[in-house]
Write a protein that binds this ligand. Structure first.
Ligand code: ATP
Length: 365
């Protein structure tokens, strides 16, 4: 059993670079404590690289990503740097398609001690996972929108949404397996809720039908569905009711920001993009140009994403000590906030990226 892994590191732009360095510092600490080794291969990519060279994501970075055991990603993109067609530089979207990273896993968990925006005491129990389909849906239209003249003779653009049977089946299998794993750790969990708009769109009705077929294979896991509009209402009224929520790509894109807002913002929302062979781990936030370079970015989301990477590697490679390390990083994050050892700038405190990172390293047992 090998406990050495090759990690490609793609810091990207803006605070992506700052929070990736923070995550690497915590991983270094975890390696020493838990007895595994990560070899880092740092590669370029992003909007500033595109501005300087005309290339957003070099072939060499793509090849290294394909070879790696896992990918640790910061953030790529910058509002003022765009392709000639006006769209933003987003190699992360290309990577999801190129490496077939179909499951966008976005855990939304209330970290103890944070000033949550919802006043209800149950808000402290918020702990659900958005599983965003990441290779098709409305994003299928990316780069393929068609300019047409519509029935009224007006100039129009059509972006089409594609939902495939294979895309649905593998997404739902992933969601049900995740729910089984969560139920093993916490008997109160074990429910999958499909978020759709099956009362309006044919593709969503198809998705719903495939969901019911797939749910029959997991009899121990409760399965239901909720329309996307009602889901948004419920995320404000009673988000603690949800467990695992698979959904179409664009729905997942939007609701993961809403979910992050429920647990104090983008600085606390980790994510993973997982396929059958490859996986990429990054905070849910972008490059945040408004705070980049000021040393105030909250590294918590990136650090929790690094913990997800260890958990994924540990489970996949039968290396339980990596899963233990992941749990310990999560526990260290909880400790520093529960005991109010730090207050990052995004919740009105004065602790910058370095102070939060040091506190989490110190709490890591
Ligand atoms: P993208 O389009 O790539 O999702 P974005 O520019 O829309 O990115 P984000 O970069 O995700 O938005 O962040 C939105 C805002 O949230 C930022 O402008 C910043 O103020 C805040 N923010 C995001 N991440 C962090 C963080 N790690 N720490 C503190 N504040 C953050």
């Amino acid at each position: 059993m090998s406990t050495a892994f090759d990690i490609v590191v793609l810091p990207g732009d803006g605070i992506g670079i700052e929070v990736t360095d923070a995550a690497l510092a915590v991983l270094d600490r975890a390696q020493a404590r838990f007895g595994f080794r990560l070899a880092h291969d740092r590669r370029p990519g992003g909007a500033h690289l595109y501005k300087d060279t005309g290339i957003a994501f070099p072939d060499a970075s793509m090849r290294a990503s394909e070879r790696a055991d896992a990918i640790l990603f910061g953030a790529m993109g910058w509002p003022d740097i765009r392709y000639p067609d006006g769209t933003e530089i987003a190699p992360q979207l290309d990577l999801r398609v190129a490496l077939d990273l179909y499951a966008g896993v976005r855990p939304i968990r209330a970290i103890p001690g944070l000033p949550l925006p919802l006043a209800a005491p149950e808000a402290a129990k918020i702990d659900f996972v958005i599983v965003r389909e990441s290779t098709e849906g409305w994003f299928h239209a990316r780069g393929q929108g068609r300019r047409v003249t519509n029935a009224a003779g007006d100039e129009a653009v059509q972006d089409t949404c594609e939902i495939s049977r294979r895309g649905c089946e593998r997404l739902f299998d992933f969601a049900f397996r995740l729910a089984e794993r969560r139920a093993r750790r916490d008997p109160a969990k074990g429910r999958v809720t499909l978020i759709d708009k099956s009362n309006v769109f044919l593709g969503m009705a198809f998705m719903n039908a495939v969901f019911r077929e797939r749910a029959a294979r997991y009899p121990r896991i409760a399965a239901d569905h909720c329309y996307i509009d009602a889901y948004c209402l419920n995320l404000i009224r009673k988000p603690w009711d949800y467990d695992v929520c698979p959904m179409e790509n664009q729905f997942g894109d939007i609701t993961s920001d809403l979910g992050a807002g429920l647990v104090c913002g983008m600085g606390y929302a980790p994510s993973a993009d997982i396929g059958d062979r490859h996986a990429l781990f990054q905070p849910s936030h972008g490059s945040a140009p408004d705070i980049a370079g000021r040393g105030i970015a909250n590294p918590t989301a990136a650090i929790l994403s690094a913990a997800m990477m260890l958990d994924w590697l540990g489970e996949r490679r039968d290396a339980p000590h990596l899963c233990d390390a992941a749990r310990s990083i999560e526990a260290a994050v909880d400790t520093v906030f529960r005991e109010r050892r730090v207050r990052p700038a995004d919740i009105g405190g004065g602790d910058g990226t370095g102070a939060v990172t040091r506190a989490i390293c110190e709490a890591l047992r």
